[in-house]
Design a protein around this ligand. Structure first.
Ligand SMILES: Nc1nc2c(ncn2[C@@H]2O[C@H](COP(=O)(O)OP(=O)(O)OP(=O)(O)O)[C@@H](O)[C@H]2O)c(=O)[nH]1
Ligand SMILES: [Mg+2]
Length: 463
């Protein structure tokens, strides 16, 4: 199925939206996209201006009674040479909300309708201006919270990811042709399925899928970051550690046990790795109503964490064993698989060295107050996350891409196994067919309208 074959609703309408960020700015842009923009050019720029393709034309923007709403520059992109592939008009005026809203209102009077979130990108996709992974990269580039994330998004936008995926799909098609021919012509002299080349090609395909996955995983990590929850008994120093990691005084720190009650969130970047740190109320039995709620929320955050730092006061803890120190966790989540790090805090009060504790897996010593061992912890967290700074060839990727790659890899692996164990070409052919469909979902070659709707609606308006 080609992109155009998708029938998303209402894509004949002229759509309009403010393309610049809300708030005040030197310039504000209203963008229109549709098949025929002449009525808008006449209605807003006055008598039909002789707009040159992709050139700026200075003009007044007028309302229905000829009053001037604003003065600015109109840029005209006749289709198909535009972002959406349709005819696009950009009205660049002054960046005030009232002025911009009036311009949008004027466009609506003239027959346009407000664009849905992501609708400009959706049209670009439907008109084959970009594939789905690229359209998502536009959103990721805009949302990037670090230089590294932006760099990986621009790579995807330029098509690096899509090209690799398309090449893999091509390889799969070649293999399918070969395998299906072997099934259809079993009377041939040569046993195609026993051919060493076929096996070698399948293994190559498997290796390439693995490699793309690891690059995409890095990209997804950069995009989404990890959620790290600080948990522990009251006064262990969780809030102090949040402040030390964030380098700010976000959380209140006092010697009173039970200081933190609300869940506190701080988004930080550890040398390019985005991390959502969550500070929670100290876990204990209590009759204080507010604190009970705080503890309940703490457990709910613990459940959702990608990584847990369990903080203890080293002067009050002799056991090195988390099972002994924090049995409640293992009782509540008997099958918990989150990485868990035991942080021995307050080493300034004993003679423990900062850093990973020798001979004790997943145990880390530091002083949140004196900021000893924080840099080592940061490096350790990057390592746990599998983050490589300066990693070349990382492209932005989403959960949905990783899932599709993982399913394709699994299918190819089962196919290889089928072939080796039973020599069954039919099963291999079916696995390859499904693997190909999964990969094609990434670029949008094979995607349901439902999925498309969900993807584009998560974009912002005007994009
Ligand atoms: N000596 C020393 N004191 C610390 C250290 N970290 C925290 N403290 C002190 O321990 C007390 C409690 O610190 P908090 O960071 O509020 O502890 P918490 O775990 O957030 O406590 P609750 O919010 O009550 O659960 C404060 O008096 C801190 O100054 C440390 O590394 N060394
Ligand atoms: Mg606290």
């Amino acid at each position: 199925m080609t992109a155009q074959a998708h029938s998303l609703a209402n894509n004949r309408d002229t759509i309009v939206a403010i393309a610049t960020a809300p708030g005040r700015g030197g310039i504000g842009i209203v963008r229109l996209s549709g098949t025929d923009l002449d009525p808008f050019i006449q209605g807003i720029l006055g008598a039909k201006k002789n707009l040159q393709s992709r050139q700026a034309t200075y003009s007044s923007f007028i309302d229905d009674s000829g009053d001037v709403i604003d003065e600015g520059v109109a840029v005209y992109f006749p289709g198909p040479n535009s972002f959406t592939g349709e005819t696009v008009l950009e009205l660049q005026g002054h960046g005030g909300q009232v002025v911009l809203n009036r311009l949008v209102q004027r466009c609506i009077e003239l027959g346009a309708r407000l664009a849905r979130p992501g609708e400009f990108s959706e049209r670009a996709f439907l008109n084959d201006k970009m594939d789905l992974a690229q359209a998502e990269a536009v959103a990721d580039l805009i949302d990037a919270s670090s230089y590294q994330a932006a760099r990986s998004a621009i790579k995807s936008l330029q098509g690096e990811f899509s090209t690799l995926v398309t090449q893999l799909v091509e390889t799969m098609i070649q293999l399918r042709i070969y395998v299906e021919a072997a099934i259809d012509f079993p009377e041939e002299e040569i046993d195609f399925l026993a051919d060493e080349n076929l096996r070698a090609n399948l293994r190559n395909l498997q290796a390439e899928l693995r490699q793309i996955m690891s690059r995409a995983e890095q990209g997804s990590l950069l995009r989404e970051g990890m959620t790290l929850v600080l948990a522990g008994k009251p006064n262990a120093g969780k809030s102090s550690l949040l402040n030390a990691l964030a380098g700010t005084d976000t959380a209140i720190v006092t010697p009173v046990a039970g200081t933190t009650r609300d869940v506190l969130r701080e988004k930080i970047s550890l040398g390019g790795l985005p991390l959502n740190i969550v500070d929670t109320a100290g876990l204990r039995e209590t009759s204080d109503e507010v604190e009970i709620e705080g503890v309940r929320r703490a457990w709910s955050e613990i459940e959702k964490a990608d990584l847990i730092l369990f903080v203890v006061d080293i002067t009050e803890t002799d056991s090195p064993d988390l099972h002994e120190i924090w049995p409640e966790y293992f009782i509540r989540f008997p099958e918990a698989r989150q990485p868990l790090i035991l942080v021995l805090n307050k080493i300034d009060r004993c003679d423990q060295q900062p850093g990973a504790v020798e001979g004790r897996e997943g145990c880390f010593a530091l002083s949140a107050k004196q900021k000893q061992g924080i840099a080592q912890l940061t490096a350790h967290l990057q390592q746990v996350a599998g983050y490589q700074d300066q990693a070349e060839g990382v492209f932005s990727a989403r959960r949905r891409h990783l899932d599709a790659l993982a399913r394709a890899l699994e299918l190819v692996s089962t196919g290889i196994q089928q072939l080796e164990e039973t020599g069954a070409g039919e099963l291999l052919a079916e696995d390859l067919r499904q693997a190909q469909n999964n990969l094609s979902e990434i670029t949008g070659q094979f995607t349901s309208d439902d999925l498309l709707g969900r993807i584009f609606s998560s974009f912002c308006i005007g994009k």
